[in-house]
Design a protein around this ligand. Structure first.
Ligand code: MG
Ligand code: ZN
Length: 231
């Protein structure tokens, strides 16, 4: 009897959590829609760069900015839990960078992006990159108004990430397999990684990069340029 009532409480608790979460996500989607409309009006291509911590999101951005060398007008929003180290790295490339420090939160949401946009001149950029907090779980569910989610998986993380975090790989349009220069030294079969990613999402576009040797950076950057709307 006691066990039964405990189960009831647990069940009710779970149900109320789901309801709150739904409301939060509905509100988020509404603001994301507003962001998306701003991006569309200003002809800006926006991607949301996601991965677990340490996969090389900021390094990929740095190589990308070096490749563009000022020929593409870019702004960057950096999401981090605590520091502004990544925004400092981006600012060195003479690109406007806005840092969002989330403190305890492990993801960016649409209202944080909306606030950050007050510091970005959308009329004067072609590409906005949002580097999300390193986390493969909740950023999958938070639409920021971006055109696409791009997920980075590095070879040092092994080849099973897509199977362990399917939601993220399902919601992404592109996967960048980074640190391919380390393949001889790590326990990762790149064919298995590709197949696992495609098993979760057969439409994924795949790039293979190394920020040390610059392998794959040209292909990746050429793809970005093709996504930028004409003005
Ligand atoms: Mg970073
Ligand atoms: Zn989170």
């Amino acid at each position: 009897m006691l066990l039964k009532s405990n189960l009831m409480i647990e069940k009710d608790f779970t149900m109320s959590v789901i309801t709150i979460e739904r409301k939060v996500l509905a509100k988020n989607d509404e603001i994301a829609g507003r962001n998306r409309e701003l991006f569309r009006k200003n002809n800006v291509f926006v991607f949301n760069l996601v991965s677990s911590p340490g996969s090389g999101k900021t390094s990929i951005l740095e190589r990308t900015l070096e490749y563009f060398n000022g020929k593409v007008k870019v702004a960057v929003i950096e999401g981090d839990v605590q520091t502004d180290f990544d925004a400092q790295r981006i600012a060195k490339h003479n690109v406007p960078a806005v840092q969002i420090v989330t403190r305890s939160s492990c993801h960016l949401d649409a209202s944080l992006i909306y606030d950050a946009l007050q510091n970005i001149d959308l009329k004067n950029i072609q590409l906005l990159v949002i580097e999300n907090v390193g986390n493969l779980v909740c950023p999958a569910n938070y639409d920021l108004g971006e055109a696409v989610k791009i997920v980075v998986a590095s070879t040092t993380e092994g080849d099973d990430k897509p199977l362990k975090y399917p939601e993220m790989f399902r919601n992404a349009s592109v996967i960048i397999i980074n640190k391919i220069d380390l393949l001889p030294y790590v326990n990762c079969n790149i064919t298995t990684l590709r197949n696992n990613a495609l098993r979760i999402n057969p439409r994924l576009i795949i790039f293979e990069t190394s920020c040390t040797t610059n392998a794959g950076i040209t292909d990746w950057c050429d793809w970005i340029v093709k996504q930028i709307p004409p003005r």
